[in-house]
Design a protein around this ligand. Structure first.
Ligand code: 6PG
Length: 442
């Protein structure tokens, strides 16, 4: 097939090469003139957007690999002027699913199809086979799926491409993917510091992550964490972890995941804690407000840290799965958890053995319970040493709250009724009533 790619950053270029190698004809363009100096065998770089569009067969397919937000919106506007009825725009960036829904509506009014495509795997994935999460009108699948499948990663012989429903469904799944990504990255980082608390050196902690990445915790994020923890600066021989500024960046997808969860009433405390930790890490004012924390000693074993990490990972997966399930129902999407897990199993940053359990919340909670004691010991030891482990702590509170008898929220209900007459429910009879503070007619 012939397609156009707009955006010649590393993702766009690598995808163009990937499409070319899969036997497609690729024409490319970038709004930045300098980026158009790029050359690659068999790929035509156009000088103008008009030339790009004129170079395409009917129906034309244009894949946007540009920054999300305004650039996508503006290019969609321009393309709608140039494209013909029935042509297709695919947004392959990390776009907010609500913006994708808007672009779908605006394009549809002009007779143009708009698809939102979540792409995971970074530069390497784009070149060799990414994981792809597609959202588009059902009738476009017949055109788009064979094209995208030809460049996607493969798992168990099938392409890591899945359709999750109309409009912003694909970008929503990618947003949840990223929320999970944030939490697991932070949980591994917390494990590193806990391993040091248990007495290991940094390099030994890295080797420990390596060992764990050959078992239940096997996965890409474990592998790269083990690698980077053991990597030194060539010149000084010092470990990079001791040199690097700890202010963690973020482009927003983790925060979107949390906002959407809030809107849908789905608790995602592990993901929320991970986003918060990145915010604190890069907040200059907050970072100097607090004094030295008290430090007492509470031993933690390597085994407890391992258990803590396993429990945190499965609880994070459970929260992501919950969010996808509710979002799919609310938006009338077709998100199947087995499909999300399948397309994340290769090519994506989240590829890991535990995804096998993603569609089974009971199994995820069972694993969390089996490893819950180690999680508790890890959190206790960290708290005693004033070591912040927000994702593990939030995961433990989530596990405890989900399994508790009466929660502290019983008092919250009384408070609400006392000041706001919000009403109380008798847990034995189910009857509604008010506390005595409101009198008979309140
Ligand atoms: C992926 C990643 C990727 C991610 C960026 C930036 O699946 O390939 O999720 O798309 O969005 O690495 O993430 P930050 O928010 O950490 O900058």
């Amino acid at each position: 097939m012939k397609l156009a790619i707009i955006g010649l950053g590393v993702m766009g270029r690598n995808l163009a090469l990937n499409f070319r190698d899969a036997g497609h004809q690729c024409v490319v363009w970038d709004p930045w003139p300098e980026a158009r100096n790029w050359q690659a065998d068999g790929i035509e770089v156009c000088d103008t957007l008009e030339a790009l569009v004129n170079n395409l067969p009917v129906p034309s397919i244009v894949l946007l690999m540009v920054k999300s937000g305004l650039p996508v919106f503006e290019l969609t506007e321009q393309l709608c002027e140039l494209l013909e009825n029935g042509d297709i725009i695919i947004d392959g960036g990390n776009s907010n699913y609500m913006e994708t829904e808007t672009n779908v509506r605006l394009s549809r009014k002009r007779g143009i199809h708009f698809a939102g495509l979540g792409v995971s795997g970074g530069a390497e994935g784009a070149r060799n086979g990414p994981s792809m999460m597609l959202g588009c009108a059902g009738e476009m699948r017949i055109v788009l799926e064979p094209l995208l499948a030809s460049v996607a990663a493969r798992y168990n012989g099938k392409p890591c491409l899945a359709w999750f429903g109309d409009g912003g469904a694909g970008h929503f799944v990618k947003t949840v993917h990223n929320g999970i990504e944030y939490a697991i990255m932070q949980a591994i980082a917390e494990s590193w510091q806990l391993l040091e608390l248990s007495g290991l050196t940094t390099s030994a902690a890295g080797r420990q992550l390596d060992i764990w990445s050959n078992g239940v915790l096997a996965g890409y994020l474990m592998e790269i964490s083990a690698e980077v923890l053991q990597t030194s600066e060539a010149a000084s021989g010092r470990l990079l972890i001791d040199l690097v500024d700890d202010a963690a960046g973020q482009k927003g997808t983790g925060g979107w995941c949390v906002s959407e969860a809030m809107n849908l009433g789905v608790p995602v405390p592990s993901i929320t804690a991970a986003v918060t930790m990145r915010q604190i890490s890069s907040h200059e004012v907050l970072r100097v407000l607090s004094g030295d924390g008290a430090e007492t000693t509470q031993e933690v074993t390597v085994q407890a840290v391992y258990d803590g990490l396993v429990a945190t990972v499965v609880l994070t997966l459970a929260q992501g799965a919950h969010l996808l399930t509710v979002a799919s129902q609310e938006n009338d999407w077709k998100i199947q958890l087995t499909e999300a897990a399948r397309v994340w199993q290769e090519g994506s940053i989240l590829r890991m053995a535990l995804l096998e359990k993603f569609s089974d919340p009971a199994a995820l909670f069972d694993i969390a319970c089996e490893h819950g004691e180690g999680l508790r010991q890890s959190v206790i030891a960290a708290a005693a040493a004033s070591l912040p482990v927000p994702v593990m702590a939030a995961s433990l509170a989530y596990l405890d709250a989900c399994g508790a008898g009466q929660l502290s929220t019983a008092l919250v209900q009384l408070q609400r009724d006392r000041f706001g007459a919000h009403g109380l429910k008798n847990q034995e009879t189910g009857e509604m009533f008010h506390g005595p503070w409101h009198g008979a007619d309140s």
